[in-house]
Design a protein around this ligand. Structure first.
Ligand SMILES: C[S@@+](CC[C@H](N)C(=O)[O-])C[C@H]1O[C@@H](n2cnc3c(N)ncnc32)[C@H](O)[C@@H]1O
Length: 293
């Protein structure tokens, strides 16, 4: 490896304000994500290696590429490079406690899991920990019901890259820090000590019994979501914070259209509730219930 392509080399190309504005506007238009155009350092740190891979000398050339015939494919890559994918197992744990103690019992009482399959949707699932955390909670509830529940998981994200990782369902020991030992034993396979995976760390893979319950769809929350199955519980956490008011409102309208009447929408604790459609009633820690029609 040469000094030139060492992955942590500082960016070598300068970005003009005109290009920063062009990139930021494109990101907002396509994904709803707001980035401050003054934050050129963030943009160049995320994008410089892409320019190197494309053998482009300047960000002006990159903007031309985005605006040219291959623009759509490259814009998808741009979004992948600029979105924030931070996530973890049982993040904001009050939501999972609420689901276990209040949400799932109420849904089951109303017939979900018996009269029709209960569906939990992680609507910006990133690499999957939110989806798999919910899966563990539903499975534990299902074990308490004679004959078990019928249920499934759906994960969606705008980024194809994180969806591939979510579906592979492989996590390092560090990523697993939020998962209790009892759940690790029940729901994960572990690599053998010393196996050549995970950069020397032990890795864990979600067990097939859970994996077989999950499906993944690439979906932009700013667009119509008719391809996503109707859900009883929707996790929409830590993505609205990146959106402007108009996009937040559109996203909430699209997402709640896929929520069954009587179902629950769970927002992140830092997400604004502004723009929630009428008929969504607060009923838990940043949890909202969709009124019956
Ligand atoms: C910070 S992560 C949140 C992950 C998870 N919900 C959590 O709370 O741990 C935000 C995710 O939203 C996704 N995202 C951003 N804009 C999106 C859009 N317009 N449509 C769908 N997903 C989007 C990103 O790709 C990223 O994986």
């Amino acid at each position: 490896m040469t000094a030139q392509n060492f992955p942590f080399d500082p960016p070598t190309r300068r970005m003009s304000r005109r290009v920063a504005l062009g990139l930021v506007a494109r990101l907002k238009r396509v994904a709803g994500i707001r980035v401050d155009p003054k934050n050129q350092q963030f943009l160049t740190f995320r994008l410089d290696r892409r320019l190197q891979a494309l053998d482009l000398d300047s960000y002006e050339d990159y903007l031309d590429l985005l605006e040219g015939p291959q623009g759509d494919a490259e814009t998808a890559r741009l979004v992948e490079m600029l979105v924030t994918n931070t996530t973890s197992f049982f993040r904001e744990p009050a939501h999972f406690d609420w689901l276990e103690r209040t949400g799932l019992p109420a849904l089951c009482e109303a017939g979900a899991g018996r009269l029709y399959p209960l569906t939990v949707w992680s609507a910006a699932c990133s690499t999957g920990p939110e989806l798999w955390s919910a899966g563990m909670v539903v499975d534990q509830a299902s074990r308490l019901v004679p004959g078990g529940l019928r249920w499934g998981l759906v994960g969606t994200d705008i980024s194809a890259g994180v969806l591939r990782r979510a579906a592979a369902a492989i996590f390092t020991a560090t990523e697993m820090s939020g998962v209790l030992e009892e759940r690790r034993r029940l729901y994960f396979l572990r690599s053998r000590p010393g196996a050549a995976v995970g950069n020397g760390q032990r890795v864990y893979r979600v067990a097939p019994e859970l994996r077989n319950r999950a499906s993944f769809v690439q979906a932009n929350l700013l667009q119509d979501l008719a391809d996503v199955p109707l859900a009883d519980v929707i996790f929409l956490r830590n993505v609205l914070i990146y959106f402007a008011v108009d996009d937040r409102k559109a996203c909430l309208a699209h997402v709640t259209a896929r929520l069954r009447p009587g179902g629950y929408l769970i927002l992140g604790h830092s997400d604004s509730q502004q723009g929630l459609p009428e008929g969504m009633v607060a009923c838990g820690p940043s949890v909202f219930r969709k009124g019956e029609r």
